[in-house]
Write a protein that binds this ligand. Structure first.
Ligand code: PM9
Length: 459
């Protein structure tokens, strides 16, 4: 794999000053935040690696686009620009704009899932599964087994296991499967990519059973880069060509524009089927807004259209992926356990191996994220048992094999020097890992608990 780290293909035109806090201040802040990094005020964070969602830096051209906002209630010019951009880059016919990804997930789940139907997917994502279940669906994990093993460094760990999909179709019947939900890349597996071969095979199998396939296109450009870099036959193809082929194997997609769209807000549902499009438009007016803005302002849509076009430029996406890999490689070299291979948007610390003295029910990843903040002012996020939530019927905690802390890199915001600071902080904490204590809930929300839960340390 590539170990060349390209310099930033941009220069910095505007900066935001950040505050440095002391160790004593951060100890108090994390206690007040209930050991939940989501509850820390941004002003108290030095390097914010909570998420790559909506935290990206826009380009001068996007900011210029903001001034071109056509805020007409209906028929905005910027909607037409976004529609044409999605048609050109993704190859879909119809576009339903939404305020962000989960808005699109809500609409897709409502129009495509019948009560009791299965929704097989390559690992779950929190908001995606929430909407599927809220609309009567049963999420069913069909990702290849290797994706659950943090130590296995092989390409395309995001692939669907075709035999798992075939067995589900055989056992439950094609009519009891709403659609296949295929995420490119797979966030909670570590930002792992899906191969083109796998997408083609999933399409072939589902077509023979009349089952639709919808992609979660949230990080599709990162996925396309991995295909170009690692899959035979794609090194000479452009990112645009790869994207068009990827989406040709699907019936539609939801996308959070806040990631690969390089914007701060926005999303969409894209479809090829006219009847589904008509149904989606009927719902978008209820939940989001007119079908020509769907919860976004005209200026948001303009910035989104421009961001999508910038995201497929090779120099941009190469730097993006390899900057993340740079951080991962530094941690691997220092013996810090991370999910391998390093994925597209983040480096995931393997909290099971980082904190072997803690039981999963003591929330090791949650505590590790809290301790990393105290150590350094770097904010990261738990992606393990807390994020996985409880089984809807048994109320027992889902216990994912991957118990991780996600160090997520926003696009075009931080430099390699920032990555060095983060690496040093993680390595330091790893050397003192025995000081990390377990946590217990003091407040547990009923859904998507990771956002607002509160904890205290177990002595
Ligand atoms: N992802 C993330 O930080 C933000 C919300 S969870 C803290 O990774 C996928 C693969 C996502 C995603 C959001 C959404 C929802 C759908 N699919 O946040 O609603 O990673 O725009 O998108 C977050 P929205």
């Amino acid at each position: 794999m590539n170990n060349y780290y390209p310099p930033e293909p941009f220069r910095i035109k505007s900066i935001e000053t950040v505050k440095m806090t002391t160790l004593e201040e951060r100890k108090k802040i994390i206690e007040e935040a209930g050991y939940n990094t989501f509850l820390i005020d941004s002003k108290d964070v030095y390097i914010d690696l909570l998420t790559d969602s909506g935290t990206n830096a826009m380009s001068d051209k996007q900011w210029a686009g903001i001034m071109m906002g056509d805020e007409a209630y209906a028929g905005s010019t910027n909607f037409r620009h976004l529609e044409k951009t999605v048609q050109d880059l993704f190859g879909y016919k119809y576009l339903v704009p939404t305020h962000q990804g989960r808005g699109a997930e809500n609409i897709l789940s409502r129009i495509a899932i019948k009560q009791g139907q299965y929704v097989p997917g390559n690992m779950y994502f929190t908001t995606t599964r929430y909407h599927q279940e809220a609309n009567g669906g049963i999420f069913f994990d069909i990702i290849r087994d290797e994706a659950h093993d943090a130590t296995l460094s092989i390409p395309f760990k995001g692939d669907i296991d075709l035999s798992k999909l075939e067995k589900l179709i055989h056992d439950k019947g094609a009519e009891n499967i709403a659609y296949v939900c295929l995420a490119v890349t797979v966030n909670l597996a570590g930002g792992q990519a899906v191969s083109m071969k796998n997408m083609r095979q999933v399409r072939e199998l589902t077509l023979t059973h009349g089952i639709k396939v919808f992609y979660d296109a949230t990080r599709c450009v990162e996925n396309a880069y991995f295909i170009k870099e690692q899959e035979d036959g794609y090194s000479d193809k452009t990112i645009e060509e790869i994207l068009l082929e990827m989406f040709s194997y699907s019936d539609g997609a939801t996308m959070s524009g806040k990631k690969d769209g390089i914007v701060n807000i926005g999303g969409f549902l894209a479809l090829n089927d006219e009847d589904l499009f008509t149904e989606a438009k009927e719902l978008v007016v209820v939940f989001e807004g007119m079908p020509s803005y769907g919860g976004m302002t005209g200026r948001d849509m303009e910035a989104f259209a421009i961001g999508l076009k910038e995201s497929v430029q090779f120099e941009y996406i190469q730097h993006r992926i390899l900057q993340v890999r740079y951080l991962g490689d530094k941690l691997i070299a220092a013996g810090v356990p991370i999910v391998e291979p390093v994925g597209g948007h983040a480096v995931f610390l393997d909290a099971r191996r980082f904190c072997p003295h803690l039981d999963q029910e003591e929330f090791p990843a949650q505590s590790l994220a809290a301790n990393l903040y105290v150590e350094s002012g770097v904010r990261t996020m738990e992606r393990g048992i807390v994020s996985a939530g409880r089984d809807k019927s048994t109320k027992i905690n889902h216990k994912p094999k991957l118990e991780t802390v996600r160090i997520t890199i926003p696009r075009r915001v931080y430099t390699y020097r920032h990555m060095d600071v983060v690496a040093d902080a993680v390595i330091n904490l790893h050397n003192n890992k025995h000081t990390i204590k377990g946590l217990k809930f003091v407040y547990e929300p009923k859904q998507l608990r990771f956002f607002t839960a509160r904890f205290e340390e177990i002595d």
